[in-house]
Design a protein around this ligand. Structure first.
Ligand code: ZN
Length: 161
């Protein structure tokens, strides 16, 4: 079948950064519920509308259509003494961000190391960057009423409750 609203779509995909380097190579297929349910970038959904298995797409996305702008508030500098043991660029730590009276968990990456200071960044690595999204449609099937009610795909590659 062709991709229409409330179809469950399986894609093989790759993401390239603004310089054409592959930053996410085809691994596990991605399964999402098509039709504005928030499971896929809206501009990619627009390009996929009406496509069928074996069709391919390539979409260039501005940062605001992809992983959003970089948020300078998500960058933190901490004294190195707060981090016992070995530390290197690329390591990840769980932390939390406060929004008024509540906090939610975020993952900070170490982006810079100085003698006495560690710079941590909780932005998505591709925030603030244009990307190119390339995908091949592997499968299209109608969603179950339950999937439509939940707003996401179930089963292998989709959501597990
Ligand atoms: Zn569900």
């Amino acid at each position: 079948m062709k991709i229409i609203r409330n179809a469950v779509v399986t894609l093989k995909y790759e993401i390239f950064d603004g310089e054409g380097n592959a930053v996410e190579r085809a691994g596990e297929p991605l399964v999402y519920l098509h039709g504005g349910h928030g499971g896929m970038f809206p501009r990619v959904e627009a390009e996929l509308e009406g496509k069928a298995p074996a069709d391919r797409i390539r979409v260039r996305l501005a940062p605001e259509d992809a992983f959003g702008p970089r948020d300078p508030e998500l960058v933190r500098r901490e004294p190195r003494s707060k981090f016992p043991g070995k530390i290197r660029v690329g390591m990840q730590f769980e932390g939390e961000m406060r929004h008024g009276d509540h906090a939610h968990p975020v993952v900070f990456r170490v982006v810079k190391l100085a003698e006495h200071e560690v710079t941590l960044d909780a932005n998505h690595p591709l925030a603030g960057q244009p990307i190119e999204f390339r995908a091949t449609v592997l499968d299209v099937r109608p969603a179950s009423p339950e999937e439509i009610a939940h707003g996401h795909a179930h089963g292998p590659g989709g959501h597990h409750h």
